[in-house]
Ligand binder design. Structure first.
Ligand code: ZN
Length: 190
């Protein structure tokens, strides 16, 4: 997910200058990797931890609050989420092979996506979710998410299944979004 428009853009330059993790470019719609179901992670070696660091660096560089591996061109079930954008490090999440095991209530709020720049719309989601996932060492854990973090969890897990938030809009709104994207593509802004 992209940072909420209302949130102040934080200065990430200082943090990036001390990080050595590679920053990957963000893949944009309609790249086919975004429509593909990601493969389960089976190798929990040091390369995975390094790749997760690269995901964090790439997400922060793009001012995102969540990033799924397919968004940097890697079709694997890995996502990183920091709904508070560096304000509450204890709430940061690395979800590997995540699965939503509980959903409760409803929420209808605006979303954006790093792979769909300038497109924002309200999306129906569960108000609270519980997720089961593995960490970088392969240990299973469960975590709950509400509000923006809960929304980000659902948005990012959708990416691992090849689903974009515009797929969850009404046909009319999806067509409007696609028209806007075509316009941006034509003017070279995509
Ligand atoms: Zn997204």
């Amino acid at each position: 997910m992209s940072e909420n428009d209302k949130t102040d853009q934080k200065d990430v330059t200082a943090a990036e200058s001390i990080s050595t993790a590679k920053i990957h470019p963000i893949v944009k719609y309609p790249d086919p990797v975004l429509m593909r179901k990601g493969a389960a992670v089976t190798d929990f070696g040091p390369n995975l931890a390094q790749f997760v660091e690269e995901m964090w660096a790439s997400m922060y560089a793009a001012h995102g609050i969540g990033l799924a591996a397919p968004q940097i061109g890697v079709s694997k079930r890995i996502t990183v989420i920091d709904a508070n954008f560096k304000e509450k490090p204890e709430e940061k999440l690395v979800l590997i092979n995540p699965e939503i095991v509980e959903r409760e209530g409803r929420s209808f709020e605006e979303e954006g996506c790093l792979s769909l720049p300038e497109i924002r719309d309200k999306v129906h989601r569960a108000a609270r979710v519980k997720v089961r996932a593995q960490d970088v060492n392969g240990e299973w854990f469960e975590v709950e998410g509400v509000e923006l973090r809960g929304r980000a969890i659902q948005h990012e897990i959708d990416h691992l299944d090849g689903i974009l938030f515009i797929d969850r809009l009404s046909a009319l709104k999806r067509d409007l979004a696609k028209r806007k994207i075509r316009k941006l593509q034509k003017s070279g802004q995509w």
